[in-house]
Write a protein that binds this ligand. Structure first.
Ligand SMILES: *Cc1c(COP(=O)(O)O)cnc(C)c1O
Length: 362
């Protein structure tokens, strides 16, 4: 079985975990502090805050800018439901927007149409690690005085115009769950230069508790969202491997897909800017009549595939009647091929061969 995605854990992560276990301290302590310092140095920002998941990173970022009941937040429907859950967790309404057909990131014109007097923020998703329409979204946000939260769950270690994601935006949220570009087992992080937001998130991740000499106080709603030392120790080892091993491997595999599948494809494909990103997923677009046939052929060949994503506006909890034509068409056409650092060339050739055979046949 060739897996769609996978945690790639080595001896160094195992050693780091046993080192923390033998300290008999598993809460948020020195490992988390070191991981935060190392992440801040890596991204090039004064401070990074680590939390327990990428979803809670987005939730806390929204809460810290004052998003709550009665507010609206724009987000692409084509994203993992985590984005939508983080928005609705604040009590605000997630307003589903369409994506741009070339980049599969937020469509600026469509987002603009959905701005109302209740709109407080835009969540921009770096789909398949691409910054796509990000610059135009920042321009729109400036025009309407909106905050921007980047859901960069796919984009850790990626660049846009030679700057690392998380180094230049308003608020950027990362995920370190098991299958992301780096993992800490479970985990997430927030990068921002807004000190007020940093302070609010730091309090909110530990139930709002703020220490005061021998006392403490709570001034706002908090959550139990801190990261554990056990997880930070894994993340620290993965960070060291990102540019030497994990990243280059993902780029190499994506380049080979791009080169070997290009001629076969009938529909326009998402072009991954592999000179500046580390691709988290490899989605292709296939004619809707062929998509499920290809998925089945791959399944029979013991190759897992994925669908990124079932649009959120089609889920019962977030259902809206507003048609989002690009997103709905993509939902019939997208298929994600396996991509993770442990896939070897022979395995990838097997995948490519099944795709070639299926798409060549009438
Ligand atoms: C993984 C992911 C998240 C959530 O991260 P978790 O760490 O799993 O909570 C959010 N948005 C997108 C697009 C993701 O892929």
């Amino acid at each position: 079985m060739i897996r769609l995605s996978k945690s790639c854990i080595g001896e160094r992560e195992l050693a780091a975990v046993s080192r923390v276990l033998s300290n008999s301290f598993l809460g948020m302590g020195p490992e988390v502090a070191s991981f935060e310092t190392e992440l801040a140095a890596f991204i090039g920002v004064p401070e990074i805050v680590c939390v327990n998941t990428g979803t809670s990173a987005i939730h806390l970022a929204l809460q810290a800018i004052g998003v709550g009941p009665g507010d609206e937040v724009l987000a692409p429907s084509l994203t993992y439901v985590a984005t939508f859950q983080a928005i609705s967790a604040t009590g605000a309404k997630a307003v589903a927007c369409d994506v741009d057909e070339a980049h599969l990131t937020l469509d600026v014109e469509d987002a603009k149409k959905r701005i109302s007097s209740k709109t407080k923020a835009i969540v921009f998703v770096h789909y398949a690690s691409c910054a796509g329409t990000l610059d135009a979204i920042y321009q729109l946000a400036r025009e309407y005085n909106l905050r921007v939260i980047e859901d960069a769950a796919h984009a850790f270690g990626c660049k846009h115009q030679n700057k690392l994601i998380g180094s230049f935006g308003d608020i950027t949220c990362f995920s370190f769950d098991g299958i992301k570009n780096i993992t800490s087992g479970e985990g997430g992080a927030i990068s921002t230069r807004d000190q007020a937001v940093i302070q609010k998130i730091k309090a909110a991740r530990t139930l709002g508790v703020q220490a005061k000499e021998n006392d403490f106080d709570v001034q706002a709603q908090g959550w139990r969202y801190h990261m554990s030392d056990l997880f930070a120790a894994i993340g620290r080892e993965q960070l060291k491997r990102l540019y030497t091993e994990l990243g280059p491997r993902r780029v190499l595999l994506a380049k080979r897909y791009q080169e070997q599948l290009a001629r076969l494809m009938h529909l326009p494909q998402l072009t991954l800017p592999l000179h500046e990103i580390i691709p988290h997923i490899y989605p292709i677009r296939v004619h809707r009549e062929k998509r499920d046939e290809l998925r089945e052929a791959l399944r029979v060949a013991q190759i897992q595939t994925g669908l990124h994503y079932k649009p959120n506006h089609l889920l019962s909890y977030y259902r809206s009647e507003t048609p989002l034509p690009v997103t709905e068409a993509l939902y019939q056409e997208l298929l994600t091929l396996p991509l993770h650092p442990d896939i070897n060339i022979e395995e990838q050739d097997r995948i490519i061969e099944v795709v070639q055979q299926c798409l060549r046949s009438p």
